[in-house]
Design a protein around this ligand. Structure first.
Ligand SMILES: Cc1cc2nc3c(=O)[nH]c(=O)nc-3n(C[C@H](O)[C@H](O)[C@H](O)COP(=O)(O)OP(=O)(O)OC[C@H]3O[C@@H](n4cnc5c(N)ncnc54)[C@H](O)[C@@H]3O)c2cc1C
Length: 381
């Protein structure tokens, strides 16, 4: 395994970090407090190439590997203080663009991929329902075949980008007698009659990304909207999750680096009882622990990306990466607040927001409990 970067990748990392720092942070505190989605910054990020780096050259992308793309997403998180924005960009890339590329028919790819890459079309991935969640395949949403159409009925909840999505990958039951092999996925235009999107549903963190429900009420779609074959929903879900779970936390590596840098600077500059607080072991050991967590998080994510690029099995590694990085980010935010004392609790220091954002990653894409079930299962427990 070789995780070294080329000179071009190093330069691109720096350029991406500088772009993110200069362009994406302006009113981040106000955006968070007001639950405002920065649609213009989504567009600017897409223009910068964030949604194209990974895409194949014949689709107009850069054709970078998962590992190389992860470096650049890490740079985004390093420069951009808006974890909601970086999370949502990654969610669309790995759970919408990647499965469309892999399973889409030529006309589906041609219709959606260019707009998704440019930031002109926004995509959501919708499986969760009030009765499913961790039990991902216990779906109530149905897709009933009627001639050349399917008729969709049901409701998806907690869907990232749902309120602003132009297209959604929707999972539904096509054969109730076939268990998980009776699930199918559909690529549905959200303007279709019978489909409605909720307003943004307020949440604890990641508030700059809108999130909500998709309701399907006798929503008639052409058979051509099937993504992959009928009955392949479970495989498409597992495939999408293997990419999202592995790579969606790449920006959080950069965010952890940024928070460590902030904490080191504060620990040197802040004095108490005549010395900088960094001289106290309570502070210096916290910073050492933050660095250990960041380094182990990097190694896990890079290894998982390398496995994906190599076409090798990565189920255990993806679940370990998702669990470790999300928990490392929560612990790092908590340590940073402790290091900053009372000022760490203030909105203007930006750590309380990072801390709220961090908890989201322990839940979305399968909770850390579900990831541990996967790891234990792969170990034969
Ligand atoms: C910020 C955010 C973004 C999201 N974006 C999307 C999206 O874009 N698309 C989408 O489809 N969904 C999305 N979700 C939904 C997310 O995938 C679910 O919230 C998650 O899978 C957990 O399901 P649940 O909320 O129903 O919790 P539940 O399944 O009800 O779980 C409740 C608790 O029980 C535990 N638990 C449940 N079953 C087991 C088990 N078998 N073993 C051990 N513990 C268990 C869970 O770990 C958790 O602690 C998002 C959620 C969040 C918070």
């Amino acid at each position: 395994m070789d995780f070294s970067r080329s000179a071009e990748e190093n330069a691109k990392y720096q350029q991406t970090k500088d772009f993110a720092g200069a362009v994406l942070n302006g009113d981040v505190i106000e955006r968070d407090l007001g639950n405002v989605f920065p649609a213009d910054l989504w567009k600017r990020s897409a223009e910068q190439g964030v949604l194209s780096w990974f895409m194949p050259r014949d689709c107009g992308g850069d054709g970078r590997t998962a590992l190389a793309t992860s470096y650049l997403l890490e740079a985004m998180g390093h420069g951009c203080h808006d974890n909601g924005l970086t999370f949502a960009l990654g969610a669309q890339l790995w759970s919408v663009q990647k499965p469309i590329l892999q399973f889409g028919k030529v006309d589906q790819i041609e219709r959606y991929i260019p707009g998704l890459m440019k930031g002109a079309v926004m995509g959501a991935f919708a499986i969760t329902e009030s009765g499913s969640g961790s039990d991902a395949f216990a779906l109530s949403t149905t897709a009933q075949r009627d001639g050349d159409s399917y008729i969709l009925n049901g409701e998806k909840c907690m869907i990232t980008l749902a309120p602003v999505a132009d297209v959604a990958i929707i999972f539904a039951v096509t054969n109730p007698d076939a268990g998980q092999w009776g699930l199918s996925s559909f690529l549905v235009d959200t303007k279709t009659e019978g489909l409605s999107l909720s307003d943004n549903i307020p949440k604890m963190g990641l508030r700059t990304v809108p999130f909500g429900n998709i309701t399907l009420d006798n929503c008639r779609i052409p058979v051509a909207c099937l993504l992959g074959a009928e009955g392949s929903g479970c495989s498409i879900f597992n495939y999408s999750q293997s990419w999202e779970r592995s790579l969606v936390l790449a920006p959080q590596l950069g965010a952890m680096q940024r928070i460590i840098d902030q904490s080191i600077a504060f620990s040197k500059q802040r004095t108490r009882s005549g010395q900088s607080i960094g001289k106290y072991q309570s502070i210096s050991h916290r910073i050492a622990n933050m660095q250990i967590r960041l380094e182990t998080s990097r190694l896990l994510l890079y290894k998982t990306a390398w496995l994906l690029d190599s076409g090798k099995q990565s189920v255990t590694e993806a679940a370990m990466a998702k669990t470790h990085i999300s928990e490392a980010f929560v612990a790092t935010c908590s340590d940073a607040i402790a290091i900053h004392g009372g000022s760490g609790y203030l909105t203007e220091t930006e750590l309380e927001r990072q801390s709220r954002d961090a908890l989201g990653a322990t839940l979305y894409g399968g909770t850390v409990d579900i990831q541990r079930n996967i790891i234990a299962g792969m170990l034969g427990v």
